[in-house]
Design a protein around this ligand. Structure first.
Ligand code: THU
Length: 134
């Protein structure tokens, strides 16, 4: 369990914009090159326009030139798990055994694997994929 990553997720949670749900989320990703990328949830009065913390962190990682998530820490008020859309997006850039640390529960941080939360991600071989992503 990466303590720095948990601390960075907690910090990002402080910046969450969640006036509608009051549920603040902070995410921190350690990419393969060792750098850390963070995200906070950004809500909107048009609720469907809300952005989750994890996908903002993934977007930061991609725009910073990285492609591989080594570990994710998620800070919430109750140790909540990533939503289904975020798990699918995470599956694009992580392995089944990639560690996800859920922080904020009464018992302290808990480590789970991506496959533990999302055992059957959509990864159809029928969909064309290029090596570079471009
Ligand atoms: N939220 C996230 O940021 N990540 C998740 O994986 C679950 C949900 C946010 C969206 C919304 O701002 C709030 O949590 C309540 O759903």
């Amino acid at each position: 369990m990466d303590e720095e990553l948990i601390r960075r997720a907690r910090e990002a949670r402080e910046h969450a914009y969640a006036p509608y749900s009051g549920y603040r989320v902070g995410a921190a990703i350690r990419s393969a090159d060792g750098r850390v990328w963070t995200g906070s949830n950004v809500e909107n009065v048009s609720f469907g326009a809300t952005l989750c913390a994890e996908r903002i962190a993934i977007g930061a990682m991609i725009s910073g030139g990285e492609r591989v998530v080594k570990e994710l820490a998620l800070a919430t008020q109750d140790g909540g798990t990533p939503c289904g859309i975020c798990l699918q997006v995470l599956s694009e850039f992580a392995e089944e055994d990639t560690e996800i640390v859920l922080d904020g529960g009464a018992g302290g941080p808990v480590a789970v694997s991506l496959a533990g939360l999302f055992p059957q991600a959509f990864r159809s071989a029928q969909v064309r994929r290029t090596e570079t992503g471009s």
